[in-house]
Design a binder for this molecule. Sequence first.
Ligand code: IYR
Length: 224
Amino acid sequence: MQPHKQQALTDFIEYPEQQMIQRAQSFYADLKRRHSIRKFSERSIPKSIIEDCIKTAGTAPSGANHQPWHFAAIESADVKRQVRQQAEAHEQRFYEGSASSEWLNALKPLGTDAQKPYLELAPWLIAVFSQKKGGPEQGQKQQNYYVHESVGIATGFLLAALHNAGLATLTHTPKPMSFLSEICQRPDDERAYMLIITGFPADDATIPEHALKKKSLSDIASFL
Ligand code: IYR
């Protein structure tokens, strides 16, 4: 058996109860201000901000701590153009036939369509990839575990980090998404998981009212 070395927990912070209540409320109020928007400004964003947000995502818990994710941060106008061109071609097929009418009806209140100019206009696209094979060290090819769960948590951390840094975000899941692997030159044992668009909102950015209707606490939680 390998020894499982342990270290003292030195960076946990215990807050006084009043402060805990206040922090829980203010974090809720802050995350509640994160909205998916579909009109982005072309204003640039320093790479170091994106790097730090990806580092935050990389702190997420994962199956056996294998960290089964890769984040391809795209700033190049040429690469963004390729992403837009391919995504729009797929979305065209989706909106014009491949999607079920139930799905298209569910999307109606969002007002989405096949046009995705933000894929070229936003300063950064972050393509998230999941890795079936890997390990705790870079370059390993062991089995990974709970890959979807792990990458989902890391993506959530990334969205929260980008929002915290003062950036707007949009999650985008073109269907199929495999073209991202080619454009980002990712290996065969990785799967495109999600595309995150980030930057400043355009001056005329809007939020669909539909997206503001959140279920109540009693809808989403039970206390036993
Ligand atoms: N990927 C398409 C369709 C789409 C699907 C869902 I589910 C959404 O919540 C929003 C859009 C698009 O981006 O238009």
